[in-house]
Design a protein around this ligand. Structure first.
Ligand code: NAP
Ligand code: MG
Length: 404
């Protein structure tokens, strides 16, 4: 069989532990036999990050800016325990945080749905994608525990000397106080990533805040989205047959629960944190949640939403065959290959990505799956737990058949 051609390399970011093992198996069984794979390889495994003083992470992020599409394996974010385990020189920052900061991107998370696993919310027929604004608000707060009586004020001193000052509260007893901020530039990047991703996926975009209560802070988010939409995206959305829809967060929550799915829900930082956990739990399993970081200037980094599955890795090291679910990591590869194909006008590559995903779904529909999914399957459907490698080989069989 002649292999499918690529013209521009993918930025390949290898990672840690069990997902690093799966990474190699996925490449060897599902990609390399069929695609003349071109990648620029960056090893983001913790040892290499430590050896290069984390320069490798920065380099991989810059390469993503250069080429436009990356695929990333899950990586360890070091904590105190990892410092000793890996004998690290420093507690390196989260690679995802570093990459996100370089790309100024927004993370979109979408569940992979299959027939035999029904969402807890019965009327959800299609996936709901959550976009979280990952900057500022409560995550960059300044907060005080107020000891007792006294006046709390909000003060802004402009560079030109202009002062804005208002009393927040005259405390008559102990309490709490918090200062939050965000920046127009960050909100604009968020809005642009959301509009671009909605166009790229041809899905409706919803956005919600608490603008009725927060008349300046949240209202600014609403206004920035609306102004950008009217000025730059209205026509493009109409041509693509999709809509932009703003509503109060309370109303959004009610509509989301009653919806059939099939849209992107953009959320402020805290809302996105909480709602993505709710939505992913309601759809089934973290192992079936895909994630893509999209920058406002149209760079894409695909990955699984889960971590390195440490518990399974330790079993693997003891020689045990594990049943770790590779679905989200495979979909990171198919997502990245499809996007590369679209950007480079390579229909065969796009077609391969579609067929790879279809082969995965067919395998699950045939009842061959990893252990984590078996317990979630509805009565009346076939489901047998196999090891990761057996599962990947079953996908390969189906993929080969569909490529004949
Ligand atoms: P995790 O790796 O997502 O795993 C948590 C648990 O969820 C697992 O122990 C497993 O449950 C289940 N699980 C997750 N993915 C699975 C899969 N593909 N197949 C089967 N089961 C799966 O989270 P963690 O244990 O909190 O974190 C481990 C490491 O990952 C940490 O060092 C963290 O820094 C890193 N991490 C990286 C990323 C990233 O790179 N994007 C994200 C999150 C965490 P059972 O044990 O019950 O089988
Ligand atoms: Mg959370």
């Amino acid at each position: 069989m002649t292999k499918i051609n690529m013209t521009t390399p993918l930025v390949e970011m290898d990672g840690d532990e069990m997902t690093r093992i799966l990474w190699k198996w996925i490449k060897d069984e599902l990609i390399l036999p069929f695609v003349d794979l071109k990648t620029e390889y960056y090893d983001l495994g913790l040892e290499e990050r430590d050896k290069t003083s984390d320069q490798v992470t920065m380099d991989s992020a810059l390469a993503t800016k250069k080429y436009g599409v990356a695929v990333k394996c899950a990586t360890i974010t070091p904590n105190a325990q990892r410092m000793t385990e890996y004998n690290l020189h420093e507690m390196w920052k989260s690679p995802n945080g570093t990459i996100r900061a370089v790309l100024d991107g927004t993370v979109f998370r979408t569940p992979i749905m299959i027939k035999s696993i029904k969402p807890v919310v019965k009327n959800w027929e299609k996936p709901i994608t959550i976009a979280r604004h990952a900057y500022g608000d409560v995550y960059k707060n300044t907060e005080f525990r107020i000891p007792g009586e006294g006046k709390a004020e909000l003060i802004f001193t402009g560079k030109d000397g202009q002062v804005m000052r208002e009393t927040i509260y005259d405390f008559e007893c102990p309490g709490v106080l918090q200062g939050l901020y965000n920046k127009d530039s960050s909100i604009k990047s968020f809005a642009r990533s959301c509009f671009e991703y909605a166009l790229s996926e041809k899905k409706d975009l919803w956005f919600s805040t608490k603008d009725t209560i927060s008349k300046k802070y949240d209202h600014t988010f609403k206004d920035i989205f609306q102004e950008m939409y009217d000025a730059e995206y209205k026509t493009k959305f109409e041509e693509a047959g999709i809509t932009y829809f703003y509503t109060l967060i309370d109303d959004a929550v009610a509509r989301v629960i009653r919806s059939k799915g099939d849209f992107i829900w953009a959320c402020k930082n805290y809302d996105g944190d909480v709602m993505s956990d709710m939505v992913s739990t309601a759809f089934g399993s973290l192992a079936m949640m895909t994630s893509v970081l999209v920058s406002p200037d149209g760079n894409y980094e695909y990955e699984a939403a889960h971590g390195t599955v440490t518990r399974h890795y330790y079993k693997y090291l003891e020689g045990e065959e594990t049943s770790t679910n590779p679905m989200a990591t495979i979909f990171a590869w198919s997502g990245a290959l499809r996007k590369r194909g679209e950007l480079d006008g390579l229909n065969d590559l796009v077609d391969f990505a579609d067929k790879l995903e279809a082969a995965c779904i067919r395998t699950l529909d045939d009842g061959i799956m990893t252990k984590d999914l078996v317990g979630l399957v509805e009565p009346g459907y076939k489901a047998a737990a196999v090891t990761s490698m057996t599962f990947i080989k079953a996908i390969r069989e189906r993929l080969e058949a569909s490529l004949q």
